[in-house]
Design a protein around this ligand. Sequence first.
Ligand code: CA
Length: 225
Amino acid sequence: MRILVVEDDAPLAEVLRRGLTEDGYATDVVAKLVDARNAVEVNDYDLVVLDRGLPDGDGRDLCAEMRESGRHTPVLMLTARDGLGDKVEGLDAGADDYLTKPFDYPELTARIRALLRRPAEAQTPILSHGTLEMDPAARRVSRSSITIPLTAREFALLEVLLRQPESTHARTDLLERVWDANYDGLSNVVDVHVANLRRKLDLPGMDDPIETIRGVGYRLRPVNA
Ligand code: CA
């Protein structure tokens, strides 16, 4: 899951970047409307956290532009103002939810989870493939009902595979969806995490659920094949 945070308050932006990254979201942060426009143009986000009061304009305008151009990415709007008018304006511009500053971080993540759950997750809360099961809302993974503890990154990686079980995912695609646009760490980070994931999912008598597609990337091993 990939999130764009548009927030010009640097300390708050840093708290959000750190918290969301720890929670396993690939998180990009920008401080200006012009950079946010560019980011939503170039990247495919699952959610946008959007401050209204930005140095070069009102976040509400970006939300309205996204809706006009047919982008339905959930938008959680942040507003420093507490007036009912601001909330109504935000929702009128196409925001899915709003949060008034100051807010507690758990409140923000609860709203984010709720927004990401609908509509796809609301209909199929449990993702499964063969003996593998994932409950994204409870952040729980199991094989044949044996719970397997995963790190936030491993969880996010497996979630991408489980949401498109038939697709082969290129390393660059996984890197982009599970890490973020500015990731400049080890280039084999995807392979390292897939190896860890395989080790944890390897239970006695069960096959490796992840297939390496040589020269391309990874996918889930087809069931009954
Ligand atoms: Ca602001």
